[in-house]
Design a protein around this ligand. Structure first.
Ligand code: SF4
Length: 347
């Protein structure tokens, strides 16, 4: 069957697969050698759902997100938007993809042009593509977008410049700009990490409301499992370590019953505000706090130098595949846990 050139133009239905990454790899060639930043990642972002990509800094989250947004070309693998391989899109298809899949950066201070007003920033795409009839229409549309992201009264923000706004307000302007083109997927890369906690929660609530009202699919990148738990409770979490997904499944299962030793370590490191729950929580001690270099990855399972469950024969020789565990929607890459489940007759 010939490759479709144009993404499916119909309105997405709830839960529909919008963005599908299959076997995505990204290797950077540097003076110090090849850096396999992403090593075969499969992910699906669905309409109205949150997929949260979690892991330590440098694990490949942002590289994956940038490839998913079409900002970089992966070394291998495919990225499909609404059924069409984005590498094969014609000009009109690329335009559709760029409008529908929007990237929200981590730094609200750097992502807005300092000499553009809020009105100019939010309506740039609308005006460029002739989607606003005239200036009055563009201002009306900009005001609607600002109200959508809880910047009210909108009229009081339209003529402000970024330096006149707080960090949270700037990030809301960046989100309004992303929504201006009727986006279907928002890729939010640590978009709340530079904000104070109360502002962060308020922004996460706004994003959650937008997901429900507009059926937008989210690829939400964070190093903070507490944020993932808050924002993606109805969605999925994928845990990434050194360029690979090591565990993925519905958020409540990953948070309440983690299986991979790395996921357990991440969860045990999250601050628990309730002292009773904090006392009940089991600390996971890793064999090493050092993260191996991507230019000199350990053999077998790349987590083995740090893993408290590592078995020399098994873990140092072969990389564990990401396989379905328990016959449910959870996927796990661990020889030892998978074997123990099998021997216990689970699934
Ligand atoms: Fe640890 Fe071995 Fe599992 Fe890797 S495969 S996470 S080293 S037990």
């Amino acid at each position: 069957m010939p490759e479709p050139k144009i993404p499916d133009p119909r309105e997405p239905s709830p839960g529909e697969a919008l963005l599908e990454l299959s076997g995505v790899e990204q290797t950077f060639h540097t003076k110090r050698g090849d850096v396999p930043a992403v090593a075969g990642v499969d992910l699906t972002v669905r309409a109205g759902k949150v997929l949260c990509l979690v892991g330590e800094s440098g694990c490949g989250k942002t590289t994956t997100a940038r490839a998913a947004a079409g900002l970089t070309k992966p070394t291998a693998g495919t990225i499909r938007f609404r059924g069409a391989d984005i590498a094969g899109l014609d000009r009109a298809g690329r335009q559709t993809f760029r409008e529908a899949v929007q990237y929200i950066h981590q730094d609200p201070y750097a992502s807005l042009n300092p000499v553009r007003t809020v009105y100019s920033t939010v309506t740039a795409g609308l005006r460029r593509h002739g989607r606003a009839a005239d200036r009055a229409d563009a201002r009306r549309r900009a005001a609607e977008l600002l109200e959508r992201v809880d910047l009210t009264p909108a009229e009081s923000y339209l003529d402000k410049y970024p330096h006149q706004l707080s960090g949270g307000q700037r990030q809301r302007v960046a989100i309004a700009r992303a929504l201006a083109m009727d986006s279907q997927v928002l890729i939010a890369d640590e978009s709340t990490s530079m904000l104070d906690v109360s502002i962060r929660v308020s922004l996460l609530n706004t994003l959650g409301r937008l997901r429900d009202e507009l059926d937008v699919g989210f690829l939400f990148i964070t190093h903070d499992l507490a944020v993932a738990k808050y924002f993606a409770w109805d969605g999925d979490i994928a845990v990434m370590y050194l360029g690979r997904i090591v565990e993925q499944g519905p958020t409540p299962r990953i948070i309440n019953d983690p299986q991979h030793p790395y996921t357990k370590a991440l969860i045990s490191a999250v601050c628990e505000p309730d002292p009773r729950l904090a006392r009940a929580k089991k600390a996971v001690t890793l064999r090493s706090s050092e993260i191996p270099s991507l230019t000199d990855l350990p053999s077998g399972c790349t987590f083995h130098p740090r893993c408290p469950l590592a078995e020399a024969d098994t873990c140092e020789t072969a990389a564990p595949p990401l396989a379905v565990l328990d016959g449910d929607s959870r996927r796990l890459a661990c020889h030892v846990v998978a074997r123990d489940h099998e021997q216990a007759g689970v699934g």
